[in-house]
Design a protein around this ligand. Sequence first.
Ligand SMILES: NC(=O)c1ccc[n+]([C@@H]2O[C@H](COP(=O)([O-])OP(=O)(O)OC[C@H]3O[C@@H](n4cnc5c(N)ncnc54)[C@H](O)[C@@H]3O)[C@@H](O)[C@H]2O)c1
Length: 367
Amino acid sequence: MSAAGPGPALDRRPILITGGAGFVGANLADRLAAEGHTVIIYDALARAGVERNLAWLIEQHGDRIAPVIADIRDRDELARAVGEAGAVFHFAAQVAVTTSLTAPRDDMEVNLGGTLNLLEALRARGEAVPLLFASTNKVYGGLPDVALTLAGDAYLPEDPSLRQRGIGEDRPLDFHTPYGCSKGAADAYVLDYARTYGLPTVVMRMSCIYGPRQMGNEDQGWVAHFLIRALKGEPITLYGDGRQVRDILHVDDCVAAYRAALARIDRVAGRAFNLGGGPANAVSLRGLIAHAGQLLGREIAVETGPWRPGDQRYYVSDPSRAVEALGLARPLSWREGVAQLAGWLGERVGDDQSAEPRLRRQPEAAL
Ligand SMILES: NC(=O)c1ccc[n+]([C@@H]2O[C@H](COP(=O)([O-])OP(=O)(O)OC[C@H]3O[C@@H](n4cnc5c(N)ncnc54)[C@H](O)[C@@H]3O)[C@@H](O)[C@H]2O)c1
């Protein structure tokens, strides 16, 4: 199992997690509440299924979980929640590239407008309240200049050093798709509020995070989505050729990184980090399906569709700056993490026939 980083010193003030009912937020809230923190979960429950995460958190931690069911665009409600907080983790977002393409204004209002609401609420406090923001590798765009070669079922950079290290923070920003623009602009604002107003902020440009409590679907959360389809015996649609490569990181390691950033906020404020599994945990979509097939002992049916806009053929982060600055342990290997997740999901999804009835009988079982 991966090691958790040092946690934030126990502060009597609550910790605010926007999007705290979501996948990453719920895992972090669980960890912080287990340490004795009161956690304000500020979430509009916009993503289908996340209400099960919130119910689970309350069941586990009772009064330590303080839910505020509200929208990040609601400035007054948000300011009230921010008013009490000793630290803020900002995860609430419109998270799907696909949705951003059909509703770019909503995407911008939630991802950029919501982030600005939060920054302004923090600025109005006039105190150095730490803010940790979940950005995305999409801020680096499609990497069109990176020459790729095919190695079996995977795209890899021709440049051996890039292959070995991955994409670092010095890579020029190149926002692509409305989601890339809204998250990228929010990323820039969060960093600038550190520069201009002295707010202690940190940006995590995350690769694919996977693990329990992700409501993985075709639009976002592909590792969980693939496993759920495979467990149900349903075909997986690959958009593009399935040779896209991503580095994947288990949510426990992601949570450890956020906690370490808060614990070291004096040293890391104003910085952006690439957070992912790195080259050691890079896998193509087809590679992950092959691994899932081995785990489940069955052939997984695959269908194909056209490439989707903004879909990088290769994105693997260089996490070395985050590892060094945050003192992170070696992450869980992707094969082991995916096997664990398959086991976790398998207890909830069941086999073909029982999947849906079993889920209905166990509403707290988050997928
Ligand atoms: N999971 C990943 O692989 C990944 C990768 C890169 C970046 N990110 C970023 O990390 C953050 C967390 O991602 P996640 O995987 O936990 O997503 P998630 O969808 O599980 O969680 C997001 C939460 O935000 C809430 N939300 C959505 N719109 C809202 C609004 N208008 N007001 C208030 N709450 C709202 C949703 O209900 C949900 O609970 C997001 O900002 C996402 O962009 C995630």
